[in-house]
Write a protein that binds this ligand. Structure first.
Ligand code: ATP
Length: 198
């Protein structure tokens, strides 16, 4: 998968619709302090499903919506779209896909996959084990390197598991285990009925 570009409207300092295109190889974003460089990585993390306002350097999630500036009215919603290329790993046979998140001041939140409305769960599952998820290693922000080096072994293992692609199997195992225990419960009830009938 390859992140081709980001389009933001009403997200943090992006009052105007802003496109950022990523070329192959290294892209450097330069600008003075406070000009919005980190807001770009915040926007990417947000579309990937970030649910913590604090991780986006805000107090409430609504803080990501453009709050106005000199001669500029606040906006009513924030919308960010990621354009991903070579997305066959995410959706079989897909070349290019678009993932969008929108948030209104009312708190209403929407996610879209190729312009179709989906749930947050669909987005999370789409990126699971790809290394692109919000908890993944695709965005290493300031201070993150220290955090990884100082992390507890279990926490560091999670990062390695995501890279190795085993999280998907852990999740499926958990789902299967809960189905199994449900079935064991049902079986016990059937046995009770058989016992009563005998
Ligand atoms: P630094 O080099 O200091 O890390 P930066 O270029 O990474 O700076 P950001 O931290 O991405 O800058 O951008 C911060 C700017 O975004 C601030 O000027 C802040 O006022 C603006 N900003 C953040 N949230 C909003 C919002 N909801 N509405 C309007 N502006 C916002």
């Amino acid at each position: 998968v390859y992140l081709k570009g980001v389009t933001a409207y009403g997200f943090k300092s992006f009052a105007d619709k802003t496109h950022v295109t990523f070329g192959r190889g290294v892209t450097a974003i330069v600008g003075p302090n406070g000009s919005g460089k980190s807001n770009i990585t915040d926007a990417i993390r947000w579309v990937l499903g970030e649910q913590s306002a604090r991780n986006l350097r805000g107090a409430r999630m609504e803080d990501v919506i453009f709050s106005g500036a000199e001669n500029r009215q606040p906006l009513n919603y924030a919308e960010v779209t990621l354009k991903l290329d070579e997305a066959g790993q995410l959706i079989d046979g897909a070349a290019e896909i678009e993932v969008t998140r929108r948030l209104y001041r009312s708190g209403e939140s929407e996610y879209f996959l190729n312009h179709n409305k989906v749930r947050l769960k669909d987005i999370t599952e789409l990126f699971l084990d790809t290394g692109l998820g919000k908890e993944a290693f695709s965005i290493i922000s300031q201070g993150k390197v220290d955090e990884i080096l100082n992390a507890k072994p279990e926490d560091r293992r999670q990062l390695i598991e995501e890279a190795a692609g085993v999280l998907k199997y852990k999740k499926r195992k958990k789902e299967t285990e809960s189905k199994l225990s449900e079935t064991v419960g049902n079986l016990a009830r059937v046995n009770d009925i058989i016992f009563d009938l005998e």
